[in-house]
Ligand binder design. Structure first.
Ligand code: NA7
Length: 554
């Protein structure tokens, strides 16, 4: 394929700017895009191999998701003791988490502690967004450009851009006319937001809305929640960290982490393999109540067929609906909050603190925008098909262009001028979620086609970073100039990812896993459902077989 004019010009400009003769300061072994947990560890690991690395980060600090998501109530839904790096023994022993589930401020402190401890910031250029990257075949280099005018080159380009970082506000007519402040949960002001005396409109009831609404309701004069899809939410029962538990985990980290790495979702805990349909009603009730009382995602592990059998799933779903009806005093509101249009677990399960009970407060109103959609944002509020709701402030908890959004936000061009946006126009295509054919030496940490968002991200990030670092080390040791995915292996992997998802109930929900939240986005199931353990085994086997399914060139 001939290079398009823009790419040719870009590569020429890069050559004029120095090309192979670029000043050493602009030539790196690797460029890492993003300084969240993936980017930080990748940088650390590659530096450890003796590579020169340049990191770029849009924010003015490290932390990625946890840098941006500063909305009230923001908290990880993986337990603290499991949501941390395992690669450094001293690090995992010295850090003290204060609560069962870590809050955003505490995770950000942890990210900064890691950056200090491993002196990462000196190689990261902050407040700088990578806008373009083109593979220069003649030099076997990635030419990278930023919004600050940087032009750098690197042998390896590694994206650590996160799966949920391209924040999205729907295109509501009149949004620009609103007189008060509006904030997306994923772009929250660093100085915080004062809700006192304000009437706040919250649009969206995914994880972010469900975490933010109870906290906003405690402070605001009134909260109007605009719900399109009711979501299943499980109680976190968050509490201060039990020091004895933390000590026990730390003493047994080696074994526990090993278990997490081979588990389905990268977390501790036991999932039953038995069928919900074979249990008696009494047994099921006992199991569900125990797991509900324990809190968190473990509820979904009550039975082995919840994710695959509609009848089994319905039993779990109905238990949660029953809980909602118990908690919410107004039966009409309870019915609106009880999800009925998708199986439980097929949209990202939410973990909350007092979410449903918030609707018992006199200052909270639930508006169903499934039956009467939002038609317009007016200067003074939100107008739906059947009423106008006054507001002084709008909180958009409307989600992200997930998984592909952050990657396609960069204009990436591979071999022969192949544009990633064009290649993925009908949906992402990768081999193992690690590479995409035609883009040599470009690695995508937690890319589409890997377990990523269906797992404890920390576990998946570490697995990818370590796999990529080992690969780079072996390429360099073997004098191999490029690695690229073999198109046939990629096709087979894409088919496998789809096939596995097709055996589950996941495709039954209009979720961001499928891109269904973005009008016009191809409906393709993006994460790999096969489980963290099986996936790791596959990746390790591929490496052990001399990178089977990849094309290596001297
Ligand atoms: P989500 O889970 O994508 O939630 C977005 C919410 O916004 C969801 O309730 C959407 O309803 C709603 N939404 C989106 N567009 C509209 C329009 N046009 N009108 C009304 N409502 C709308 O994003 P979150 O930030 O909550 O969570 C993202 C992930 O972060 C989460 O899964 C965790 O992994 C952490 P819909 O369901 O599409 O009908």
């Amino acid at each position: 394929m001939p290079l398009d004019d823009a790419t040719t010009r870009f590569l020429e400009q890069m050559s004029e700017a120095g090309g192979d003769a670029l000043e050493p300061a602009m030539r790196y072994d690797a460029v890492v895009v993003g300084a969240g947990f993936a980017g930080m560890y990748m940088l650390h690991r590659l530096r450890g191999l003796g590579l020169t690395v340049r990191g770029f980060e849009t924010g003015d600090g490290v932390g990625g998701t946890w840098y941006w998501n500063r909305y009230p109530g923001a908290r990880c839904d993986v337990e603290s003791m499991q949501y941390s790096y395992s690669f450094d023994e001293e690090l995992q022993q010295e850090w003290e988490w204060s609560e069962r589930y870590p809050s955003q401020p505490e995770i950000l402190l942890y990210a900064n502690h890691v950056a200090d401890r491993f002196d990462l910031r000196r190689d990261i250029r902050f407040e700088t967004r990578v806008t373009r990257a083109a593979y220069d075949e003649s030099a076997n280099l990635w030419r990278v450009e930023t919004d600050r005018g940087d032009h750098v080159s690197a042998t390896y380009l590694i994206t650590a851009v996160g799966c949920l970082s391209a924040a999205r506000i729907p295109d509501f007519p009149g949004a620009g006319s609103f007189r008060g402040p509006s904030h997306h949960t994923g772009r929250w002001p660093h100085e915080g937001v004062n809700f006192t005396g304000r009437r706040v409109a919250v649009i969206g009831t995914g994880s972010s809305g469900i975490q933010a609404i109870p906290v906003i309701a405690e402070r605001a004069e009134h909260v109007t929640v605009f719900q399109r899809t009711a979501n299943y939410s499980l109680p976190a029962w968050n509490r201060p960290m039990d020091p004895a538990y933390a000590q026990w985990v730390k003493a047994n980290y080696a074994e526990l982490r090993a278990g997490m790495r081979t588990s389905p979702a990268g977390v501790m805990g036991t999932s039953n393999t038995t069928s919900a349909l074979e249990a008696t009603e009494e047994e099921r009730l006992r199991e569900f109540e125990t797991r509900w009382a324990k809190g968190g995602v473990s509820f979904l592990g009550a039975y082995g067929d919840t994710a695959i059998d509609p009848a089994a799933n319905e039993i779990s779903a109905e238990f949660v609906r029953g809980k909602i009806r118990e908690i919410v005093t107004d039966p009409r509101v309870a019915e609106l909050l009880a999800p009925k249009d998708h199986p439980i677990g097929t949209k990202r399960i939410c973990i909350d603190t007092g979410y449903y009970a918030t609707y018992n407060r006199p200052n909270v109103t639930l508006v169903d925008v499934r039956t009467a959609p939002i038609e317009e944002i007016t200067p003074t509020g939100v107008r739906t098909a059947d009423a106008e709701y006054p507001a002084d402030m709008i909180v958009y908890a409307t989600g992200y262009d997930a998984m592909t959004g952050p990657l396609l936000g960069i204009d990436i061009t591979g071999k022969g001028g192949l544009s990633l946006r064009r290649k993925w126009a009908a949906g992402p295509r990768t081999y193992l979620g690690l590479m995409t054919a035609g883009f040599p030496n470009l690695f995508t940490i937690t890319g589409p086609g890997s377990p990523s968002v269906l797992s404890n991200m920390m576990v998946s990030i570490e697995q990818h970073v370590e796999w990529i670092a080992d690969c780079v080390e072996r390429l360099r040791a073997g004098g191999i100039a490029t690695i690229d995915a073999d198109p046939a292996a990629e096709d087979a992997w894409v088919e496998h990812v789809n096939e596995v998802a097709g055996h589950t109930l996941y495709p039954r929900a209009d979720s961001w896993y499928l891109g269904a939240n973005i009008p016009g986005k191809p409906r393709v199931f993006m994460p790999y459902v096969g489980g963290v353990g099986a996936y790791r085994q596959k990746c390790d086997q591929v490496a052990a077989d001399g990178y089977a399914g990849f094309v290596l060139s001297a």
